[in-house]
Ligand binder design. Sequence first.
Ligand code: IPE
Ligand code: IPE
Ligand code: MG
Length: 243
Amino acid sequence: MTANAAPQAAGVSGGAGVPRHVAIIMDGNGRWAKKRFLPRVAGHRAGVEAVRRAVKAAPRIGIEVLTLYAFSSENWKRPADEVSDLMGLLKHYLQSEIDELHENGIRLKFIGDHSRLSAELVKLLQKSAERTAGNTRMTLVLALNYGSQDELARAVRGLIADGTPAEQVTEEAIAARLDTADLPLPDLIIRTSGEQRLSNFLLWQAAYAELAFTDELWPDFNEASLQRLVDEYLRRERRYGGL
Ligand code: IPE
Ligand code: IPE
Ligand code: MG
C-alpha cells in the first residue's frame, strides 16, 4: 500500500495544492438512461461503474477524502421502485466491493440520517465502516439519506438535548456535531449533469469550497474528468474573505 501519491497530473505539477477533500454530487443517471431509451435503473447501474472509477482515480490523484452524494433526504420523493433500486444497488456495491476497497486501503464512512434505512442496510454500513476503520490511503464518504438542513437540525437538537447554554452554541460547537465533524472541510465540490445547484449537500461545509460544474452525466464521468476538474481547481485562488 502506498501513501497518497503525488498527482500524476497532465499539466499541473506539485502536490501541495491538490484538494484534500473532494465532494461530488453525482447527477444525471436518469438522463443518461433516457438518451439510450433505457429504464432509469440502467442509468443508476452505469452510475455505480462511475463510482468504481472515481474511487480508483481519487487516491491516485492524491485526494485524501472523497465524498459522494448517493441518496438525498429528498430522494424519497421518487417512485418506490426507483428508491428500492437505488438501495439495492448500494447494498450490492458494498457487498461486492468491500474486499477490494479494504485491500486498497480505503476507509469507509457514511453520513446522513440512517434511521430511515433498513436494519439490514444499517448493519452492512456499520460492518463496512468497522472493517475499514484503520485504513489510511483514502477515506470514502457515502452520503445516504443525507440532507444538509436535516444534518444541521440534528446537530442543534443534540446541543439542546445536552443542555448546552446559549453562549456555548458557537460555530465550533455546531461544526463538531455535524456528520462530517472528523473530516477536513471540502475543498472542491463537483456537480455533474450541467445543473448548478447544491441540492441540500454540505451547505455549512461548503462555505469556502470551490465549486465546479461539468455537463458530463455521472455515468460518463471518469478519471480524466476528475483530473481535469482538479487541474482547474489548482489554477484557482482561494481567499477565505482575506486579500
Ligand atoms: C443521480 O441521478 C442519482 C441520484 C440522485 C441517486 P438522477 O437519478 O438524479 O438523474 P437525473 O437527474 O434524473 O438525470
Ligand atoms: C442530488 O441530485 C442528489 C444526489 C445526487 C444524491 P438530485 O437529482 O436529487 O437533485 P435535484 O432534484 O435535481 O436538485
Ligand atoms: Mg438528478
